[in-house]
Write a protein that binds this ligand. Sequence first.
Ligand code: BGC
Length: 243
Amino acid sequence: MFGVDIGGTGIKGAPVDLDRGDLAEERYKVPTPHPATPESVVEGVHEVVSKFGWTGPLGVTFPGVVVDGVTRTAANVDPGWIGLDARRLISDRLGLPVVLLNDADAAGVAEMTFGAGRGRGGTTIVLTLGTGIGSAIFVDGRLVPNTELGHLELHGHDAEKRASGKAREDEDLSWEHWARRLKKYLAHVEMLFSPDLFVIGGGISRKSQKFLPLIEGISAEIVPAELQNNAGIVGAAMAAAKL
Ligand code: BGC
């Protein structure tokens, strides 16, 4: 199977070994075009997929709400995506069957199957802290799609503008400072959902030892994601396998 992850900074893809839940070959990445219009991003997806000569079903993630292949929001990409039948656009351009899903949902499904959420019952919330904050909620392993917890309001701000990995970089925050913001965000999410487990993903999960030990006062267990930056690709390929 093959998965492509459309992110705020890169479009990356690889064939995936679904038995192991890992990439079957090294992934290939092109920078996300700016502005990230549908046409230019789809060209990027085409380039990634062509690189491997893939001709089967394709799973693609998108950093916004996706319902029945239609992209409904575009917080970190061009507004031209809003209301677009993006699944059809990609499928027509590449000539392949395509499934399109939210990036955090894809990463979450991969973590629940192969990573940090494996075998976990109860309520698990997977959060990806990258360009934005993505969320995936699982109840006894079953996904509630398109939850968008990155856009909760925190002290009058869009939470992802304060607590994403990008916010830490853009504002040049110390780990301590950023961890305080993340803690407030997690406390807010916990107040609303009382999860048993938080799985923290996104590129920053590689550095979890720098900030997870600083986060206290949250009742839920908090663990770093295990598939890290490949979770979206793996989750996309898992969705493609169901086509
Ligand atoms: C989007 C989400 C997405 C997250 C991570 C947010 O801005 O609204 O749909 O999952 O960023 O990319």
